[in-house]
Design a protein around this ligand. Sequence first.
Ligand SMILES: Cc1cc2nc3c(=O)[nH]c(=O)nc-3n(C[C@H](O)[C@H](O)[C@H](O)COP(=O)(O)OP(=O)(O)OC[C@H]3O[C@@H](n4cnc5c(N)ncnc54)[C@H](O)[C@@H]3O)c2cc1C
Ligand SMILES: *[C@@H]1O[C@H](CO)[C@@H](O)[C@H](O)[C@H]1NC(C)=O
Ligand SMILES: *[C@@H]1O[C@H](CO)[C@@H](O)[C@H](O)[C@H]1NC(C)=O
Ligand SMILES: *[C@@H]1O[C@H](CO)[C@@H](O)[C@H](O)[C@H]1NC(C)=O
Ligand SMILES: *[C@@H]1O[C@H](CO)[C@@H](O)[C@H](O)[C@H]1NC(C)=O
Length: 627
Amino acid sequence: MFLFSSTLFACAATTALVSATPSSKVAAACQKAADASVTRDPSLFTSVTYDYVVVGGGTAGMTLAARLAENPRVKVGVIEAGDFFLNDTIINTPSSSFFALGNPTYDWMFATVPQESAGNREIALPRAKLLGGSTGINLMAYNRASASEYDALNKFSGDSKWNWKSFVPFFQKSSTVAPTSDNTLSSRATNTGPVHASYNSFLVEPVGKMVAAFNKLGISTNSDFLDGNGTGIYNSLVSVDREQGTRSYASSYLCGLPPKTNLHILLHAHAAKINFAKSGKTNVKATSVDIVVASKTYTVKASKDVIVSTGTDQTPHLLELSGIGNSAILSKFGIDTLIDLPAVGENFQEHLYTGVEWKLKPGVTTFDILQNNASFAAEQKALYDATGSGWFAGLDATIAFVPMQQLAADSADRVAALFKLLDDERKAAKPDSIQSLQLPIQQQWLQEGKVGQAEFILWSRGLINPQPNESYVFILGGASHPSSRGSVHLQSADPLAPPTIDPRFLSTEFDIQVMLDCIKHIFAVGKTSPFADMLDVQITPDPSVVSDEDLIEYIRGEAAGGHHHIGTAAMAPKSAGGVVDTHLRVYGTDNLRVVDASIIPVHIAAHLESTVYAIAEKAAAMILADC
Ligand SMILES: Cc1cc2nc3c(=O)[nH]c(=O)nc-3n(C[C@H](O)[C@H](O)[C@H](O)COP(=O)(O)OP(=O)(O)OC[C@H]3O[C@@H](n4cnc5c(N)ncnc54)[C@H](O)[C@@H]3O)c2cc1C
Ligand SMILES: *[C@@H]1O[C@H](CO)[C@@H](O)[C@H](O)[C@H]1NC(C)=O
Ligand SMILES: *[C@@H]1O[C@H](CO)[C@@H](O)[C@H](O)[C@H]1NC(C)=O
Ligand SMILES: *[C@@H]1O[C@H](CO)[C@@H](O)[C@H](O)[C@H]1NC(C)=O
Ligand SMILES: *[C@@H]1O[C@H](CO)[C@@H](O)[C@H](O)[C@H]1NC(C)=O
């Protein structure tokens, strides 16, 4: 999800209020598994030759490693740059999920290069640096895209095994969805996975009012958003273990499964380079990974596969450091090209959001109450410490995914105009580029109107300079299938230096026009009862911002990312801009795979965590079958 940078300051003051007790329970429950697997000793860790070396103990990496290690005959080694925050109230307390962002203890602190089409801003790109990865700092909305968005993977893989039907068992294998009385989630029945998802146990007042306003504007409530139709408005699941009242994230693959002595995890280890041997005439075989721990270099040996799971921003970076990428880029940094694969680091895609904030009339309670009423906050803290419930266990999670056909009164003309913009891009794209595969799919989705094109999210709290004793709502809107494409590449040959990330936000007219429709829809919601009845004044944009021209200026100046980075090591044919094949093997290698969000070739109308877990579960099954 999304965050304006000012939120960090707005919320920082309440950090002291978060509780220790439920967090401590989580820590106690995990101690055995952690003792069996986690080490900070690089000499001990590198004394073993692993069958599988997983680089990056994040969302996909932890999922994959734990499943591979369920085969007792294989040894699995995980290299993670960050720490394990087992007993950390900021990570574990749902209401504090904002506080890790922009905090170098947990966040790599990346930012974009100045974004030419977005006010020349350098926009923050939070990414987690910790065991469990970005699910350890994310905003926990747990949902899925529509079936046809997963089926589209077939068009990139020519392989019937990458489709919705094949994803469902892996969605289920990764998660356990808490039973509910009012919602029927048909995909819930066989869930047995370590990651818990549940509903908030209470809804703040603006939620019902927003849902009612959307319904009046023709957007229905979707009570089964896990079942292949991801459109409509709904109260999303959140990845919270409701019994404890704590964040449930990829560390659950360690803590929530039986301890494993064949799974070793090294913390504070930064992977610097993958080493290869020649294999046959054309290929290379990964043999080991160089890591840097406290300024010293060590080597981790792999006998079967090396799997890169360092995420969309760092996976292409590590490939380039290892000699796999665009030779023109590598040579600039004095790196010898082992495999010339120009698609590495290209095709970066992200969900961008704009938004409208209002101050509310007196009497409507929002999450601002935790700042406004110290005795209420103290009561809630005591309740959370004792039971893991109440406001500290809650967070915003009201989301809508809407086809363009449902947004504008003149929707047929609007869809045709947007279709034409994608058509112009398609004609301009090189025939052998990944865009020439993507754009017809995006056009079809737009025209059929069955998958989300615009997303809306409610924040029931002040994000922009909130004033004491006031309450606010903020509705975000953004394009689910943007056509801007960016890149991630080396900034330096120093493996510890951050990558250069250029998302090229808002670089297409299509993206600007969808964002414009989004903000107009949010204004329409603001005029629709009962949502409209609680609003006092509009805070942002300034009420004078109304013309298309001014709104576009506002969007370019304020839009920010939703942290759903994908695409930089896309699964697609090599001839069409792919980096990995359908078994997630990097082209030109026998045994180097990528398993993380970077393999997703085109964006989906959903937040990513459930999909990343499912990709990693699927990859584990595939790799064990291949061995
Ligand atoms: C702030 C934020 C909010 C989000 N909100 C939501 C949400 O509400 N709902 C949702 O579904 N999704 C959300 N997402 C998206 C989702 O969490 C991510 O898409 C997903 O977790 C990515 O998984 P991954 O495995 O690709 O990468 P990650 O989980 O980021 O894992 C990468 C791991 O590799 C490690 N690493 C990187 N480089 C190296 C190196 N060189 N050596 C060793 N280790 C390395 C990192 O430390 C990290 O642990 C959010 C993401 C963020 C960042
Ligand atoms: C967790 O941390 C708290 C305080 O920071 C401490 O009192 C508690 O013993 C710790 N629990 C575990 C299991 O480490
Ligand atoms: C998906 O669900 C929404 C909300 O219930 C509904 O309006 C829409 O018609 C459904 N779409 C499809 C393709 O069934
Ligand atoms: C603040 O919270 C306390 C405790 O719940 C409540 O009794 C009091 O009425 C609240 N104050 C205001 C101004 O709402
Ligand atoms: C907020 O309201 C409370 C209760 O009415 C009051 O005591 C306090 O002074 C107010 N704070 C500010 C900054 O106005």
